[in-house]
Design a protein around this ligand. Sequence first.
Ligand SMILES: Nc1ncnc2c1ncn2[C@@H]1O[C@H](COP(=O)(O)OP(=O)(O)OP(=O)(O)O)[C@@H](O)[C@H]1O
Length: 260
Amino acid sequence: MAARLTLRDVTLRFGGITVLHDVGFEVEPGQIFGLVGPNGAGKTSLFNCISGHYRPNSGSITIDDAEVAGVRPSTLAKHGLARTFQHPGLQLRETVLENVMLGAHTRLPGGPVEWAARLPHTWRSERKLRAEAGTLLERTGLGWAIDNTADELSHGLHKAVELCRALMSKPRLLLLDEPAAGLPHSEVQQFIETVRSIRDNDDITVVIVEHNMGVISALTERVVVLDHGAKLMEGTAAEAQSDPRVIEAYLGKDEVDDAA
Ligand SMILES: Nc1ncnc2c1ncn2[C@@H]1O[C@H](COP(=O)(O)OP(=O)(O)OP(=O)(O)O)[C@@H](O)[C@H]1O
């Protein structure tokens, strides 16, 4: 079942610098939710707090009813959380299929001894997961690349492989960090179609950090705008784009005054 994500008063400091100030919002189960804001606004830091890579100094982060602030990323996978990164870290010498299979490690049964002995239930489940990874790659338009090594693919396709790897853990909450950055227009369109298909076919909540407002408008039902680590506004993508506070945050006050 898709997860509900709730943040309350999340504050994060690095030394004397406050990077996030009392940020709060709620993402409904099954929603595609956008997190936007100018460079340095704190979007990735907030993602890192949600995914357990940073521990907030104060505040609460819950997935459904479970408090997860400060919980390690490996434990968060058990709460159904998966994420992608601005720079996908693929195993470049491994095939695309092997890379996607890495996302399934939380679903493999048994321990190291059973795997070393290649007990029948281990190879049966591995075969099933390989078939599932293949289907996922077909669905994302990457079926042709299953046996290619990752280093043979473009940056944009690395992002698509990383998305498949995240989906292999069967997440209920998926965080996508700048998934369209650096993609050519044709691949942006493919990405939008892929996320729509995920939302329509999988029971999943998606939170997306993205600078490309075309992608945010096409995909999200709701957005939060961050500026200087604080929540500036919350609403639809269209409301955000016409909000004078948001325009000023992106352009700077002087440019807005000059244009007036
Ligand atoms: N590990 C860290 N130590 C110190 N400061 C950090 C650290 N990580 C992020 N920051 C600072 O926190 C602020 C927010 O950075 P963050 O990367 O979260 O912003 P962002 O909105 O994701 O930016 P961008 O859109 O450019 O990726 C910046 O001022 C950044 O320099």
